[in-house]
Design a protein around this ligand. Structure first.
Ligand code: NAD
Length: 499
């Protein structure tokens, strides 16, 4: 059995806690390696190394730090296929989707090449007589991030690229379900020229996370994952005086207006609902057609598209639409929620429960499901399913559809499909959700904008990547300076009273 490591002080280090978790190949169901689960002592060792390495990195000029990012981009492109293959093997997503995972992280690294520009301070010449005032953006010191299984390349890069570009050291605690790509990324950063000890990967579970939250040297925590854990880390991290940003779960609604192009809406829903087996925080999990006639037309268009979906292993190439879910436990949870939907009276229009793939009977595959006539009191509506299950909630009017999305506790992403600019504009303006698509089902902002939800999808005030990341990973110091007049004024010859 392959034993994975931590990456501490520029070396692969074996776990010493004696605790491990299994890493599966979700397509076959086999355990392919063991991931070490760090103790708080192992975390402390990494923090010590990071604290020793960080001051010299902070003193390295931002342009030189940016050059490391430039080289890292080149290496990511060089190793794209290798990274994507390792990612698919542990996560289960298709190979092209895994490349997208790396790519969307890479784009944030590219943005961080602009660090010298982003880190320029402010200066007021002559704030008072002979007084100048200037503000500098300085790194925090040792920073840390805790990431989810569903984007094992992208989300770590969203955190460590800006943290490092700003002059911090960064400790990554990736998901224990797919830790190999984060380890590869840390190696690549060093190949790109990052000094040892600045980017370390400490694998683990709650014990490692608690060690981060309680460590006095760690200045900030970035978290992405489910809402209960986000809330826990935010509360305890803030109580410990750290800067914390936590991004949680989602239940993204797509409103389909009667005037929408129904083929376009159905295509969008199938991609956004079932892509990556629904394991995306920006997946659409609720379709809200406005009016019964719209709902009937939508379902009629959706069913044949869903029935045609190809579910298979990442090794099957471009021919597969989505792969298995991440663990047997995830599969069980999804199928349990499907059963609850049936029990609570929703209409299961496409039933994927009996799905099985020849040769991969032990893989964690879940067939696609489509529910109609879901109501807001059902568990399949209130809970995040995080699987290939799309729920349709019929709304009688635009106002009812809007209210539905607004009343849901999650507020990550949403979309409206319509040909009516007035409805789209009203929706974008009134909705209490952080990321909005207009005829775009998965409105993930690009690297130079910021990413973040509202309500229970986000705890904190600054978003991920874009300009917010440079604010999150720096703190401002403002200097007021006055110099006594010097020799430029020449000698003083007259005997004068003190002024
Ligand atoms: P998760 O909450 O189970 O795990 C996330 C991280 O927290 C992992 O590193 C894990 O080891 C750690 N963790 C798990 N249990 C813990 C505990 N009790 N105490 C401390 N740490 C713990 O999430 P996941 O299953 O890996 O990822 C899926 C979730 O992430 C979904 O809810 C999804 O919506 C969400 N997500 C959100 C965003 C976003 O930007 N809002 C992006 C991606 C994923």
């Amino acid at each position: 059995m392959k034993e994975l490591t931590h990456y501490i002080g520029g070396e692969h280090v074996k776990g010493t806690s004696g605790r491990f978790s299994d890493v599966f190949n979700p397509a076959t169901g086999e355990v392919q390696s063991r991931c070490p689960l760090a103790s708080s002592e192992e975390m402390s060792r990494a923090v010590e190394i990071a604290a020793a390495a960080q001051p010299a990195w902070a003193a390295t000029n931002p342009q030189r730090r940016a050059r490391v990012m430039m080289e890292f981009v080149r290496l990511l492109n060089r190793d794209m296929d290798k990274l994507a293959m390792a990612l698919s093997a542990e996560h289960g997503k298709t190979f092209p989707d895994a490349k997208g995972d790396v790519q969307r992280g890479l784009e944030v690294v590219e943005y961080c090449i602009g660090a010298p520009q982003m880190l320029k301070g402010e200066f007021t010449d002559g704030a008072g007589p002979g007084i100048d005032m200037y503000s500098m953006k300085q790194p925090l010191g040792v920073t840390a991030g805790i990431t989810p299984f569903n984007f094992p390349a992208m989300i770590p890069m969203w955190m460590f690229a800006p943290a490092l570009a700003c002059g911090n050291a960064f400790i990554l605690k990736p998901s224990e379900r797919d830790p190999s790509v984060p380890l590869m990324l840390a190696e690549l950063m060093e190949e790109a020229g990052l000094p040892k000890g600045l980017l370390q990967v400490v694998n683990g579970d709650k014990e490692a996370v608690d060690a981060i939250i309680d460590h006095p040297v760690i200045q900030s925590i970035g978290f992405v994952g489910s809402t209960p854990i986000a809330e826990y880390i935010y509360g305890r991290g803030c109580a410990n005086g750290k800067r914390v940003q936590c991004f949680g779960g989602a239940k993204n609604h797509m409103i389909i207006m009667p005037d929408a192009d129904m083929d376009q809406a159905a295509d969008a829903l199938v991609g956004a609902g079932y892509g990556a087996a629904g394991e995306r925080c920006m997946a659409i999990s609720v379709a809200v057609p406005v009016g019964d006639e719209t709902a009937d037309r939508l379902i009629e268009k959706l069913v044949p598209r869903i029935e045609k979906l190809k579910v298979g292993p990442y090794t099957a190439g471009d021919d597969v639409d989505y792969g298995p879910v991440v663990t047997a436990e995830a599969k069980k949870k999804i199928l349990g929620l499907v059963q609850s939907g049936i029990d609570q009276g929703a209409e299961l229009v496409v039933d994927g429960r009996d799905f099985s793939l020849q040769g991969y009977e032990d893989g964690f595959f879940v067939g696609p499901h489509l529910f109609d006539k879901v109501t807001p009191d059902m568990d399949i509506y209130t809970q995040e399913i995080f699987g290939p299950v799309l729920s349709t909630v019929r709304a009688a009017s635009y106002e009812e559809a809007l209210k539905l999305a607004m009343d849901h506790e999650y507020g990550n992403g949403t979309a409206i499909f319509t040909r009516d600019g007035d409805a789209a504009r009203d929706f974008a303006s009134r909705i209490n959700i952080g990321m909005v698509g207009i005829n775009v089902p998965i409105p993930v902002p690009l690297a130079y904008h910021t990413f973040g939800g509202w309500k229970k999808s986000m705890f904190g005030d600054l978003n991920q990547h874009g300009p917010d990341a440079f604010k999150f990973y720096t703190r401002t110091k403002t200097v007021t300076s006055r110099w006594p007049s010097g020799i430029k004024d020449g000698g003083e010859f007259n005997f004068k009273p003190m002024e």
